[in-house]
Design a protein around this ligand. Structure first.
Ligand code: PSV
Ligand code: MN
Ligand code: MN
Length: 389
């Protein structure tokens, strides 16, 4: 592709990319040491949606919002979906929560007690009912289940219990619905985790069928893990359902995507682009918490970081790369990738936003909109939403 047509193709692809925002990123959050409350934080799911609508207005590429149940519990989910529609948004993945109840101390769907397993499954099925009401396509499943001590429970039996619950949820899904199974190396369980890695998630999803897909949370791996390899493999196998983007320095830090390692984000996005993943129905979600920084501009920055990494990936000269690879030109091939990575794509992405009717400089536009001051003034009283609230 010539330089000019590569740029036009990249712009078209960037315009159709949709990045999903997590409702919980707008609420208060912290570490297990302290939650720092911020003024102006939403007090309801509706206020979280209003903040998300600002992010979409400024960036033009964040039209959906993932909910977390019960943190976003409302009486009428269809009404909430209609409210999202009024704001120019859609409701995205429904995130289940079987990790914040005393009953789940020893696990949820893998708990040794069948009564607790039934309770957890009931919640997962309720999340599918909510999807029916909201029109959401994806159910996101993350299990904190695991053990802390050797011998605490039967590792293999727990896999059986997990498979049983997953299969009941799978059977309940509608034709256009999917379940996305998320893996995480450790925490809160420290000895075994029941879905610790992509292999375990993949094995379960493969048995379940095409509506079960793996979600890659970029913060859920051991240091040094080659995440782009996992992405390439899952994409090849048709099992990459989505991303939970964030970045990490040490563990599950949930920092702004692309902050710790923008090069890794580029490598991941290159595998997505190269594997045809931009048009494969993959959910590009953020899963972040903004503990000490201002939340809305941090989310805007995160969206921009994903866009910039995608733009660089789209600018890789595929013909030159394939030629260098065929010829065994190791340095040449690497140089093709690095050329794209080292391109300053900010003007290109600004143009894309401008053409979408959003803002070339979304953070500056947000700052001058006065929205930040308005929510601080308006949102007094009530209980601020937060991680776990
Ligand atoms: C916990 O690690 C976690 O960050 C998972 O990544 C989930 O996606 C998220 O919480 C929300 O449940
Ligand atoms: Mn996640
Ligand atoms: Mn996480």
């Amino acid at each position: 592709m010539s330089g000019q047509s590569a740029v036009s193709a990249a712009k078209a692809a960037l315009k159709s990319q949709a990045i999903e925002l997590p409702s919980w990123a707008f609420g208060n959050s912290g570490t297990r040491f302290k939650v720092f409350a911020q003024p102006g934080v939403p007090r309801s799911p509706e206020e979280k949606l209003a903040d998300a609508a600002r992010v979409h207005a400024h960036t033009g590429v964040a039209p959906t919002v993932a909910l977390h149940i019960p943190w976003d519990r409302v009486d009428d989910y269809a009404t909430l979906a209609a409210y999202a529609g009024d704001l120019g948004l859609r409701l995205g993945a429904i995130n289940s929560n079987v990790f914040q109840d005393d009953d789940y101390k020893l696990g949820s769907v893998t708990h040794p007690d069948a009564a607790v397993r039934r309770k957890a499954l009931g919640h997962l099925l309720e999340c599918v009912d909510i999807m029916d009401a909201t029109g959401s396509r994806d159910l996101k499943l993350w299990f904190s289940d695991g053990t802390n001590y050797p011998g605490q429970d039967d590792i293999s039996a727990r896999q059986g219990r997990l498979a049983e619950a997953l299969s009941a949820v799978y059977e309940r899904l509608g034709d256009d619905q999917r379940m996305l199974l998320e893996y995480k190396l450790f925490e809160p369980a420290f000895y075994t985790t029941d879905v610790p890695d992509w292999g375990t998630a993949y094995a379960h999803c493969l048995k379940l069928g095409p509506k079960a897909q793996v979600v890659v949370d970029t913060g859920h791996h051991a240091p040094g893990t080659n995440i782009e390899f996992i992405v390439a493999m899952l994409l090849r196998e048709g099992k990459l359902g989505g991303f939970d983007f964030n970045s990490r320095f040490y563990a599950d830090d949930d920092l702004m995507v692309g902050a710790a390692d923008p090069f890794q984000l580029f490598r991941i996005m290159y595998e997505v682009v190269h594997g045809g993943g931009l048009d494969a129905g993959i959910a590009f979600m953020l899963d972040q918490c903004h503990n000490i920084e201002e939340k809305i501009p941090a989310i805007i920055r995160s969206v921009m970081n994903v866009q910039e990494a995608t733009a660089k990936a789209l600018l890789v000269d595929g013909d030159a790369l394939a030629k260098a690879q065929r010829e065994g030109d190791v340095l040449g091939a690497n140089a093709v990738l690095m050329d794209a990575y080292n391109t300053d794509v900010r003007p290109l992405v600004a143009e894309v936003r401008d053409e979408l009717g959003a803002d070339a400089d979304p953070v500056a536009a947000y700052r001058s909109s006065g929205y930040g001051q308005k929510i601080v003034a308006d949102r007094v009283g009530g209980t601020q939403a937060g991680w776990g609230a």
